[in-house]
Design a protein around this ligand. Structure first.
Ligand code: IPE
Ligand code: IPE
Ligand code: MG
Ligand code: MG
Length: 360
């Protein structure tokens, strides 16, 4: 019954908003600053450009059908960091001028692909809360969430086509990589044999590809010289790797409230991310953790597994792995010709690992 499901999920969203509920968060009191977009937002024009983006984003998903409009604006209205459009706009303008119509449309196109990926990802993960509100699948059901996600992709493709063949091909290629990443992740579910390389390849596809493309599209709509296009793309790739590593750490150590989405979801879905793979490999924690993995867990088992991973050195080791991408991102940012932009991007990359544990 849709009505009943809706009320149940609203209650869950209220619980999430009301405060932490997972034992892990009580045992390991880390503090997690939000992704610090302040460095980017301090670039002149960017805040105004993001404000101009909002109506364009809503306009892009409008169909004239009241029900479909409600579904496609559900997560737009709920908020989100607008990280990918911020990257696209910053790459395009470097804070030197207001965004053009093409820059804004490029930013809309990448946010639409991201939104669609969230619609589909929450169906795949059976996630009930997203951006602190009921997920689209929880509110409207899986079938509507899937088709509405496809609708968002269609609108993104239409915009990309209006921006030229290079951008249209780039976005289509990125979507393919994103799907490949998601499929390899699903195929590795509940596999304790998942390797570090497989994990890194998966996150490169499902997350880093779109971050790289966000920067690249901004560089392309601005008509930047090719070396600048390449260096900004490279920054986006490293930033995306780092961003997903952070997300995977937070899934283990943060609370639902801090995330605006359920923590511990990866373990529940059998997605063994780098912290879990490293804790499995650790002779101190592996023997206790391994018997818990390989099949679905009930809540107490999931909390126990999270506690083991959170209390192991694997979190700090994952942060250390992230530092490799911070260094790469810094190198790319240092090569950006627009120095104010390069500094902002470098600060943004460094901010991702701040507040996370660094040693045992
Ligand atoms: C969530 O991305 C999906 C991941 C790649 C981990 P964001 O954390 O950027 O989501 P919103 O847009 O702020 O909700
Ligand atoms: C994010 O993967 C990748 C995409 C949404 C394509 P996650 O499954 O880790 O994202 P969250 O944690 O649900 O936001
Ligand atoms: Mg997910
Ligand atoms: Mg996640």
């Amino acid at each position: 019954m849709p009505g009943r499901r809706h009320r149940g999920v609203e209650a869950l969203a209220r619980t999430v908003a009301a405060g932490p509920r997972c034992p892990t968060s009580r045992s390991f009191a880390y503090r997690f600053p939000l992704v610090d977009t302040a460095s980017l937002l301090s670039l002149p024009f960017l805040q105004d450009d993001l404000a101009r983006l909002e109506p364009q984003l809503r306009g892009a998903v409008s169909s004239g059908d009241r029900f479909l409009d409600e579904v496609t604006t559900h997560l737009i209205a709920a908020g989100g960091k607008r990280l990918r459009p911020s990257l696209a706009l910053a790459a395009a303008t470097a804070g030197r001028r207001p965004a053009t119509h093409e820059d804004l449309q490029g930013a809309v196109a990448v946010e639409l692909v991201h939104l669609a990926s969230l619609y589909h990802d929450d169906v795949m993960d059976e996630a009930l809360v997203r951006r602190n509100v009921p997920s689209v699948n929880a509110r409207f059901g899986n079938l509507v969430a899937i088709v509405a996600g496809d609708f968002l992709l269609a609108r993104s493709a239409e915009i990309a086509a209006s921006l030229g063949t290079e951008i249209a091909a780039l976005l289509a290629n990125t979507l393919g990589l994103l799907c490949q990443g998601q499929v390899t992740e699903v195929r590795s579910a509940f596999s304790t044999d998942r390797t570090e390389d497989e994990y890194l390849q998966t996150i490169q596809g499902k997350t880093a590809a779109l971050m790289a493309t966000s920067c690249r599209i901004g560089a392309l709509t601005a008509g930047l010289p090719r070396p600048e296009v390449e260096v900004l793309t490279d920054f986006g790739r490293c930033f995306g790797m780092l961003f997903q590593l952070r997300d995977d750490i937070l899934d283990v150590v943060a609370t639902d409230q801090e995330l605006g989405k359920p923590a511990g979801q990866d373990l529940a879905e059998g997605i063994y991310t780098l912290p879990v793979l490293l804790a499995l490999r650790d002779p101190g924690t592996g023997p206790e953790l391994r018997p818990l993995l390989g099949s679905p867990l009930d809540q107490p088992e999931r909390d126990k597994a999270r506690d083991i991973v959170a209390g192991s050195g694997a979190i700090a080791d994952t942060v250390a792995a992230g530092h490799r991408y911070v260094e790469e991102a810094e190198a790319a940012a240092a090569a950006v010709q627009e120095r104010a932009l390069g500094r902002s991007l470098g600060d943004l990359a460094r901010s991702l690992l701040e507040g996370l544990p660094v040693s045992r």
